[in-house]
Design a protein around this ligand. Structure first.
Ligand code: VTB
Length: 345
């Protein structure tokens, strides 16, 4: 999978990021998202693969492109047998978020990215459009911290695993009313809180790398993005757990369904009989091979955003593979026009 798709999927996220980045700071998050979706889909459909979107822009009725269930890639076409090799005809599942942190992009804030995860069919959890309580932590704390434990307990465990004083630990939390108690608890335990307005995928991935000065992500964000974070962290052998949140009263922002009871029914209809189950990274991204790719739209802790220059753009992409156990940072110069001067690039 990595060999056949590696380079191609880099271009998929690069193109989505470049499209969105052109609208960076324009204050229009819907447009920043729309152009990213369009660019991502267009590039995907040029790949010799047979992909199915399992996490995308929503249900078919309200998302015209990259909707859940959409088939993408040349080998999804009716005449695929004439165009593709046997290997290329093997079905793969794809989770996408063409502009993760649309607000960040729209307001020129750091941390928005174009991301996707790929695995073989059935290898990614088709999370409903609910919320998810998340806990991400570095590889050294994998399986030791636990979402069922209090933040205070987890900070003590993190402190031991990372050999850092609690005062040195930094936990990323999204600034939301629902997190007020969590934020107070982390601070009372002695650790520091890095508040973000949006974009918890980037924050989760930061936990997988040493030197980012981010030691955990805690709190409730969107469930589909939780699966993409889990895919990245599984490849990095870092810690990720997610628990679906179906009670609108817990979330406080945004509507998820009409009521807690109706949401539990909806989960049942999807085959989720234990709505409180805690999923590990390995359950959310259970495929034999998992591939993650993300390009910075605006700059983040481990990647720069898109830089435009006369005649082109420069992008930074992270590609993580469970197959080769590698995390590659790809720095690409996209040349659209002949340079006007020799020195620009
Ligand atoms: C967003 C978004 C995050 O969660 O905030 C969302 O910025 C859900 O939270 O990156 P709200 O509805 O409370 O804003 C994420 O999408 C990712 O999980």
């Amino acid at each position: 999978m990595e060999n056949s798709l590696g380079l191609e999927i880099i271009e998929v996220v690069e193109q989505a990021a470049i499209a969105s980045a052109r609208l960076m700071g324009k204050g229009d998050k819907n447009e920043a998202d729309r152009v990213a979706v369009e660019a991502m889909r267009e590039r995907m459909n040029k790949i010799h693969m047979r992909g199915r979107i399992v996490i995308g822009e929503g249900e078919r009725d309200d998302a015209p492109m990259l909707y859940i269930g959409e088939e993408v890639g040349i080998c999804s076409q009716p005449n695929a047998a004439d165009l593709c090799t046997i290997d290329e005809l093997i079905e793969i599942d794809i989770a996408v978020d063409p502009c993760e942190g649309t607000n960040l992009c729209a307001y020129g804030q750091p941390g928005s990215m174009a991301v996707l995860a790929i695995s073989e069919k059935g290898g990614l959890f088709a999370a409903p459009d609910f919320y998810m309580k998340k806990l991400a932590a570095p590889p050294a704390a994998k399986g030791k911290v636990d979402i069922n434990k209090s933040a205070t307990e987890n900070l003590k465990i993190l402190s031991q695993c990372l050999d850092l004083a609690i005062e040195e630990l930094v936990v990323v939390v999204m600034k939301r009313e629902r997190h007020n108690d969590l934020i107070a608890e982390i601070r009372a335990a002695g650790a520091r809180v890095a508040l973000i307005s949006d974009g918890d995928v980037g924050a989760a991935i930061n936990c997988g790398f040493a030197g980012t000065n981010i030691h955990a992500l805690m709190g409730i964000g969107a469930a589909p993005e939780g699966v993409i974070s889990a895919a990245a962290l599984r490849c990095l052998d870092a810690h990720f757990q997610g628990q679906l949140i179906y009670d609108p009263a817990v979330v406080k922002t945004g509507l998820i369904g009409e009521s807690k009871e109706a949401n539990i029914e909806r989960l049942k209809s999807m085959g989720i009989t234990d709505p409180d189950k805690v999923y590990t990274a390995e359950e959310l991204a259970c495929g034999k091979n998992v591939l993650f790719a993300g390009t910075g739209i605006t700059s983040g802790n481990i990647m720069n955003g898109v830089n435009f220059f006369k005649g082109g753009a420069r992008t930074h992409t992270l590609v993580i593979s469970s197959q080769s156990k590698t995390a590659r940072f790809v720095d690409t110069i996209h040349m659209s026009d002949k340079p006007q001067t020799v020195s620009l690039r």
